[in-house]
Design a binder for this molecule. Structure first.
Ligand code: SF4
Length: 191
């Protein structure tokens, strides 16, 4: 059922691993750090959510119960909240993603800078951890951040990706054009 999507994920992972490699000078990700999963909204398309939840029944029953209660509690908190509701991902347990191999595309980009065109201008956005002395903290002056900042540090490979997940880098998805990602919502809105 998810064969084509898994092919797509393989291509995405391969591309992103090149990004991580080329930006290695700025990357301080290490095992045990889960900062990217602790504060966010986690946009997931319908397809990504279906793939994630397809692995849910394989989790231990106590873990399933814990995740369901976290989701319930988060949804209650979100109801009384105005503005962007940033929260810890309910699938993060003891600082580990319990559905890591099934995580969404946005999760796979965690730790990298993202590249977007805003008003026709290339803008690089750094991950939140840059403000905590981690990835890209060396080039934290985002006011003037551009491609040159990366070049100055000798980064020559693919520098980044767009966070408009699912659709970036046309050449990556060649052969998997038949994929339908569906609507994108923040994670909690799928429950
Ligand atoms: S699904 Fe996993 S990788 Fe993605 S935000 Fe949640 S815990 Fe982190």
């Amino acid at each position: 059922m998810f064969k084509i999507y898994e092919k797509y994920l393989e291509a995405i992972d391969e591309y992103l691993s090149k990004c991580f490699k080329s930006q290695g000078v700025f990357i301080h990700c290490k095992s045990g750090c889960s900062m990217c999963c602790e504060v966010g909204e986690y946009p997931f398309s319908r397809l990504e959510m279906e793939y994630l939840m397809n692995g849910f029944p394989e989790l231990a029953v106590n873990v399933q119960v814990l995740i369901k209660s976290k989701i319930k509690e988060l949804k209650l908190r979100k109801k009384d909240f105005s503005g962007r509701f940033m929260h810890e991902c309910p699938f993060l347990i003891e600082k580990k993603c319990v559905l890591y191999s099934r995580r969404g595309v946005v999760c796979r980009t965690f730790g990298l800078a993202s590249f977007e065109q805003i008003d026709g201008r290339p803008v690089i956005k750094l991950p939140e951890c840059s403000r905590h002395g981690l990835n890209y903290s060396e080039i934290l002056d985002t006011s003037k951040l551009g491609i040159e900042a990366f070049q100055k540090y000798g980064v020559s490979g693919p520098i980044s990706h767009s966070l408009s997940l699912n659709y970036f880098e046309k050449e990556i998805i060649r052969g998997v054009n038949s994929l339908e990602f569906g609507e994108i919502r923040s994670m909690l809105d799928w429950f």
